[in-house]
Ligand binder design. Structure first.
Ligand code: FAD
Length: 448
């Protein structure tokens, strides 16, 4: 598997991974083949990367600012994280909750984050509605589940904190209410419920964004990797693709966790690509649904350091995800889907015997301070990256913010928009650090 920390060649025209999403009828009905770029062009803005960040940016530039914009994607639209994620449309990004943000930056700034997260959720909803995107949007609800009794009190306090400081009605569910309403999970002791998050088919969403961008005049090309780019002596940039040279005034990097090694060293050194894996089971029987309590469409994530996340899909399969291999070359090893299935049946012993019908992985981009950045890195060069595995809603907002930056507009005074990502102190040792974190996480999830 392509490994961005090792490979400087992302490939060309690679098919979608063998994910559940790529097989869904709603994806196949709407998939429009995009062409590769085979003639030289001049354009105002080039966006590199056909995920939510790039597609949203291209859409905003074309529809709101009438810019001439060209998006170049190495493989297929939504081939990166955007077409292979779990489809949790969540409130927030990065790995810091509002209490942690408040501690770090103060309550007023944390309130600014809260507003921005609301705007991101609203933007995804607007895109789905105005673009009439058929992405299997599910009923709302996201449960953050305490995997240990000792963590229940902290969830109760978080609910009170969110209600009092942010006016946000998070609901605390003690163990009994959680069991009665949502799940017979032997490792669930209580939960915090967010009422405005929901599940979608992520690849259908990406294809919907692509259609909207195209309809407003953006030019989208797949099978067109940018092999190299440099500044032109006459201003702007010159990009080389396998069959064409592209000139542009402004350049947006929307390559996030898939940024090839040495593509833009300042960005490469500031992201750690981390694999996350998903399994999708065979459809549950009526009896399994009833016994597990998983008859609903709530999104679920637990409080582990090495988190598990799961949801029921429209055809009664369970999507279950979590940590995977450290190196891309190990991603396909059977031990990883096996571990996920074991973790699922440890939580829900009544599901013993369900099969894994699909398994795939993707690279999330982790930043050193657990927050993404949307920035102008240099004159006329912009990027957004580092969502730490929680980027579905925020990358859509990031694309909009990138478009505003390209137009010279000021962004809200939030750390998300103040400067580039910080480099990791010893970039060459990132994976050693990741392995150490996994060891600690395993220990802490079991014993602390
Ligand atoms: C298994 C998994 C589960 C996840 N689940 C969730 C979830 O449920 N909710 C959530 O909020 N977030 C989730 N995420 C994270 C979320 O998917 C990402 O934050 C989001 O999709 C990032 O979008 P993006 O457009 O920035 O990047 P991507 O979608 O990764 O797009 C980057 C694109 O750039 C292209 N590219 C790279 N280099 C070049 C080049 N040189 N030339 C041309 N193209 C190039 C790649 O091919 C790729 O398509 C998950 C991620 C994974 C891997």
């Amino acid at each position: 598997m392509y490994d961005p920390l090792v490979d400087s060649d992302i490939g060309v025209a690679m098919p979608y991974p063998a994910s559940y999403w790529a097989t869904t009828e709603v994806v196949n009905r709407h998939a429009t083949p995009y062409n590769k770029l085979s003639t030289d062009i001049d354009t105002d803005v080039v966006v590199i990367g056909g995920g939510y960040t790039g597609l949203s940016c291209a859409y905003q530039l074309a529809s709101h600012f009438s810019r001439e914009v060209t998006l170049l994607e190495a493989n297929q639209i939504g081939w990166g994280c955007s077409g292979r994620n779990a489809g949790f449309v969540l409130r927030g990004t990065g790995r810091l909750g509002l209490a942690q943000l408040s501690e770090k930056f103060g309550l007023d700034i944390a309130k600014g984050f809260h507003q921005e997260y609301s705007a991101a959720l609203a933007l995804v909803g607007q895109m789905i509605d105005s673009g009439n995107i058929d992405c299997q949007r599910q009923q709302t609800g996201y449960l953050k589940v305490a995997h240990k009794a000792a963590l229940v009190e902290s969830l109760r306090q978080q609910a009170t904190y969110l209600q009092q400081q942010f006016g946000y009605q998070a609901e605390f569910l003690p163990a009994q209410a959680l069991t009665e309403r949502y799940m017979q999970n032997s490792q669930a002791y209580g939960a915090l419920r967010f009422d405005d998050c929901y599940g979608v088919n992520p690849l259908a969403l990406a294809l919907g964004y692509a259609r909207m961008a195209t309809e407003t005049g953006a030019k989208l090309y797949s099978a067109t990797p940018v092999l190299s780019w440099q500044r032109s002596r006459s201003g702007g940039f010159v990009l080389q693709t396998p069959e064409a040279t592209v000139r542009c005034k402004q350049l947006v990097l929307a390559t996030n966790g898939y940024t090839p090694n040495r593509f833009y060293p300042a960005l490469n050194k500031a992201c750690l690509p981390v694999l996350s894996s998903i399994i999708v089971t065979s459809p549950l029987t009526e009896q399994q649904l009833a016994h597990s309590g998983l008859w609903h469409n709530q999104l679920v994530m637990d409080t582990r350091a090495l988190k598990y996340y799961y949801r029921k899909l429209p055809d009664n399969r369970i999507l279950f995800g979590g940590r995977s291999a450290v190196y891309g070359k190990d991603a396909e090893q059977p031990v990883y889907p096996r571990r996920l299935l074991q973790a699922l049946t440890n939580c829900f012993p009544m599901l013993e015997g369900v099969c894994t019908d699909y398994h795939w992985s993707g690279w999330v981009a982790v930043s050193i301070d657990d927050l993404p950045r949307v920035c102008q890195a240099e004159p006329d060069l912009f990027y957004a990256a580092g969502y730490c595995g929680s980027g579905l809603s925020f990358s859509t907002q990031a694309g909009k913010r990138l478009a505003q930056l390209c137009m010279g507009q000021a962004l809200p005074a939030l750390p998300l928009y103040q400067g580039p990502l910080k480099p990791f102190p010893l970039p060459a040792l990132r994976r050693v650090g990741q392995q150490a974190y996994y060891q600690w996480g395993r220990f802490s999830d079991r014993f602390l």
